[in-house]
Structure formats: C-alpha cells, structure tokens
Design a protein around this ligand. Sequence first.
Ligand SMILES: [Zn+2]
Length: 245
Amino acid sequence: MALADLLLSDDDFVPTKALLVVAHPDDIDFGAAGTAATLTDHGVEVVYGLVTSGQAGEPAELSPAELTEIRQKEQTEAAAIVGVTELHWLGFPDGHLVADLELRKAIARLIRMVKPDLVITQTPVRDLDRIYAAHPDHLAAGEAAVCAVYPDARNGHSFPELLAEGHLPHAVPRVWLMAGADNDLHVDITANLDRKIEALRAHHSQNDDRADALPSMIRDWAQTNARAAGHTGRAVESFRVVHTE
Ligand SMILES: [Zn+2]
C-alpha cells in the first residue's frame, strides 16, 4: 500500500524526512514507533532527537550515569527495530526540562542539521485526563520543539550563534503532535503493530516488569484509537497536524 493511503487524514502531505523530538527514551516507542516503522518502510528518512537520556528512570538504585548508558543502548536497539539508525542525544537533565531558550536553541540546531520536512513531537498542551502523558518534561519538550520549528529554525535572526556554527535557517512545513487531543491524523500501523511492541520490549529497564501485559495493552490502545477515528478493525497511532509552512 502507498504511504499516502496509510496516512488517514484530510491533509495530503506526505513527508520525505522526519525528525522525532521527545523528552525521554521510550516516549517515541509508546507514541510513534509504529509510525516510524511505517515511514521507514516507505523510504522516508527518520531521525530521532532525545532531549534527555532518561537518567531519572527506573531502577532507582542505579546512578544517573548508569541509567544514561542503559537507556541510550535500549533506545538505540528499539530504533533499529523500526528502521532508524540516526539518534541525537541532546543531554538535558531528565525531570528538569523547561521550554527555555537553551532547549529551543538545541532543538533548532538539530532541525537545521537534519533538515526534515516533518517534525513529530509531544503535545505542549496539558490534558488533565491523561496525567502520565502530560509529564512536565513531555510538555516542555513539545513546547520547545514547536517554538524551534516556528520561529527559531527558520529565522536567521534567532540564535545568531547557530549561523556562526554554519547551521543555515530551515523551514519545516508540518508538525505532528502526539499524546494530545483533537487528533486529525491516524497513521495505519496495522502491519507494524508487532514491531512497535518489539521496540517497546527493547526498553528492558522500564518494561520487563510488565512484559506480559504490554502486547495486549498496546494492541488495545491502537485498536481503540482506530475505532474512535472510524477505522474499526485497524490499528492506528493518532496525531494532531499543525501546518507550519
Ligand atoms: Zn516520557
């Protein structure tokens, strides 16, 4: 099936290069690994930008340095499962993210380096009914990424030091927001649901204690999302499209 037929929405945009920006290792795999797999299957280049290395995750007895090493390795394995080999670690502190100018500059630099036509990131809007999805780091990463798309990455006057580093302005025409409300794009991941589950299982440090429950939980989510969007019988990941051209 053509990629356009798997992007269920009114928007006829089909990306050629996507940059995914999230707060923590495993955020991509919960929200968008099926989409990443679907994109790479169809020849779209996909690059990951991880704002933190998940060094405030489980298990609590490990040091931040040990967790950084483990979680970067797990995310790298999870990425390979869905066809992604380019990962950028921005090195911000897990649990302390703020959508400040430093974070915006780091993401704008990454956008100018990668030059995507699509950024997929976390919604900056807090949903009080989904408090885990609305982790403050997620909201900060999403807010900073949207600011980096517009205006920072495209405006030569934003962060002149990026120009001095040789990173020329770059305009991204679309953002897809995950884990939010008002979703109007449903990516059909039916053929990639098993790879999404496999990618999530690669995060052993976070998910081994619920490994048995994970597959049915993920299938349920994807099928419930599909039903809610009028695509009963399929599995989807849903996004809110933001037009940024
Ligand atoms: Zn997270």
